[in-house]
Design a protein around this ligand. Sequence first.
Ligand code: DAH
Length: 365
Amino acid sequence: MSGPNTDYDPVEVTPLKAEQVDEMREAALAAIAAAGDLESLKQVRIDHTGDRSPLALANREIGALPPQARKDAGQRIGQARGAVNQALAARQAVLEAEHEERMLVEEAVDVTLPTTRGRRGGRHPITLQSELIADLFVAMGYEVSEGPVVEAEWLNFDALNLGPDHPARSMQDTFWTEPAEDHVVLRTQTSPVQARTMLTRKPPIYVVCPGRVFRTDEYDATHSPMFHQVEGLVVDEGITMAHLKGTLDHFASQLFGDGIATRFRPSYFPFTEPSAEVDVLCFVCRNVDPASCRTCRGEGWIEWGGCGVVNPRVLVACGVDPSVYSGFAFGMGIDRSFMFRHDLEDLRPLFEGDVRFSSAFGTEI
Ligand code: DAH
């Protein structure tokens, strides 16, 4: 016979002596105590409690003993196995605790270490503001419409009732592309998207158009040659100024807070008749004690944009029958809205791309 269990081969049954069982037990207990980690303890468990372990083999021999010897041996072996199992469980608990402690130390992460990871880009606060505005209108059933920034002069001006000699043309200092005979401009307003929309689809039209616009303005704290506007256009049957007022009141309350409404001041825009300048109630002082308010500079109201009922001449130019349809339109500066919403005095940081500025407003990936 070869192998570790020759002494206990059932064929060579010898009466199980107390010393033999004690030896097996001591050997097992010593191996358990010596196991330095969970892996070796696993092996010890197999060696000393597995099917081929000395105690298991001895246990199998009990049946071949005479009755009294069987009882004694049964007791001894049972006790020995109990002691070994207990020792195993205790050692297992100790080793697991040690393992856990070591893992906590080894896998600890020092969150204060400087990172070597590159920063991920984030979307710009103005992009987020434009999306927020678009979302507010989408929630009311509008669609988002876009047009090119390099635009036909006719769509930027003529279609909107700003004929070649119209004095309002010079109000918007225009970038012209060369050659001039092409009559192409960088759009000075988002209003040409109105014309594009009416020319390409039939009413009912409910669209909102956020986008970039360009004017030959000096670059200073309150002007930039590129800025952002949002245009709204509704064309449907029976649309009145009252719909416009209700829509802008809702827009204002969503953007600036509950109870923030608008007021209209009579004005002039060639593409709307009647036209109005829109002011929004100062969302800081709410016109309660405006004298000391920095946001509205004592006015109680903040200039927000322009609006009006779409001029029938614009409807005709864009192929919409004014005897059936009427509409309203409005246009606001997004950067301006952002500035007073966040109490910014200077708009330049909005265009200079410093992440430290942008992230203060919560960029999103
Ligand atoms: N396009 C105008 C501007 O840039 C703003 C504006 C005013 C748009 C009245 C409109 C409107 O749609 O109805 O100054």
